[in-house]
Design a protein around this ligand. Structure first.
Ligand SMILES: [Zn+2]
Length: 378
């Protein structure tokens, strides 16, 4: 990741550029601010800028050996730490970031604007506790104590720094009196959850949300229809993570499938619903989970439409909103809650590798039952 690839955020970029030009780089810097502001991309781009030999501020050459390695996140002077869960066949105490370095590099390439929750999901650890453990802290101390390999700096990035437990205090001395040419970059969506002892020793750099026009330009080659793009930008409200999610949901057939399920349940058309169960059963794990999450998002927003009449602030696209408004007579809030619980249960079962056909068939019967009960009640 290079700064030129991050849309907008001119003031933040200029500030960091000034630090490099004036050689005022803090030994420990915390990149924070609201979710979806690009802080992980900023951390990686800042590291790349520090390592490039031909830079002017944050403007890197992009072609020197340092830049090439930074772009692939394989620079030997760039150390990456992040929260992990246990790795199969290894004790949790012994598991460190190194065990997950390969997937983390892919995550950086594919989802750098996403959050720690997405990272946990990426390594199928969303139901397991993740953290940065004592072994990792000791590893950081050890690797920063080594000599530099080839760069001007040794850089340690700690992503999801709020996952440093009390053991993080082992790093205090390192943050306070780092070895020469060592830069520690912490990244956190939740600054308030960080150990105070650590936070107070860092220069805190708060990155604001993206401006609408930056998100718009980021989406320009992904959402061609300018009206649709403006809608995504409006819903995302400066959060690029959210903008990408909304765009991906629109791309998928999730909304269409969900609407078909509701139509099938409303008309007690079990044959239609079982066909949909088949279609869902052919998806892979990630897609099935995506459908469940989409349904949960839709229902949550739907309840806001029904309950609060919040049609202006609701995070649904134009098409989804009109679907939601049409549904208000046939789906009560109680029904929406019951369907949401089914989907939550499904996510758990998908991750336990449940039989897909049984899972979706029973989901369809479950939804049909929720509709049927409601008809008797009304
Ligand atoms: Zn370079």
């Amino acid at each position: 990741m290079l700064f030129r690839d991050i849309p907008g955020q001119a003031a933040s970029k200029e500030f960091l550029s000034g630090l490099i030009k004036d050689d005022r780089i803090p030994h420990a810097i915390l990149f924070t601010g609201p979710q979806g502001n690009g802080k992980l991309a900023f951390a990686m781009a800042f590291a790349a800028a520090l390592l490039c030999e031909e830079k002017d501020g944050i403007e890197v050459c992009g072609v020197c050996s340092h830049c090439i390695k930074s772009l692939k996140y394989i620079h030997p002077d760039l150390h990456l730490s992040f929260p992990v869960s246990s790795k199969e066949g290894k004790k949790r105490e012994a598991t460190t970031s190194t065990d997950f370095l390969v997937p983390f590099r892919s995550f950086l390439s594919e989802q750098i604007y996403n959050g720690v929750d997405a990272w946990a999901k990426y390594i199928s650890a969303d139901n397991k506790p993740i953290n940065i453990n004592v072994t990792e802290c000791n590893q950081i101390i050890k690797s920063l104590g080594l000599r530099k390999y080839e760069g001007r700096y040794k850089i340690q990035i700690i992503y999801g720094a709020e996952y440093l437990s009390k053991e993080g205090n082992r790093l205090l001395k390192l943050i306070e009196e780092p070895t020469p040419d060592t830069i520690i970059i912490l990244v956190s969506d939740f600054q308030e959850q960080l150990l105070n002892t650590i936070k107070s020793r860092c220069q805190i750099f708060k990155i604001p949300p993206f401006q609408d026009e930056s998100i718009n330009s980021f989406l320009a080659d992904k959402v061609l229809d300018s009206k649709q793009r403006e809608e995504v930008v409006r819903l995302a409200a400066g959060n690029l993570k959210m903008a990408i999610e909304i765009h991906q949901n629109e791309e998928s057939e999730y909304d269409e499938i969900l609407l078909d399920i509701f139509r099938g349940a409303y008309t007690s058309n079990i044959t239609k619903m079982l066909k949909l169960a088949d279609r869902l059963g052919q998806m892979n794990k990630k897609e099935m989970e995506g459908f469940c999450l989409y349904t949960l998002h839709f229902l949550k927003e739907y309840m806001r439409v029904v309950h609060l009449n919040a049609t202006d602030t609701v995070r649904l696209s134009g098409k989804e909103k009109s679907t939601a408004l049409k549904m208000t007579r046939s789906i009560s809030v109680e029904m929406a809650i019951a369907i949401a619980s089914l989907m939550e249960e499904n996510i758990k079962n998908i991750n336990r590798n449940a039989n897909k056909k049984i899972l979706w068939t029973s989901t369809m019967f479950g939804i049909e039952e929720i509709f049927a009960k409601n008809k008797i009640a009304s």
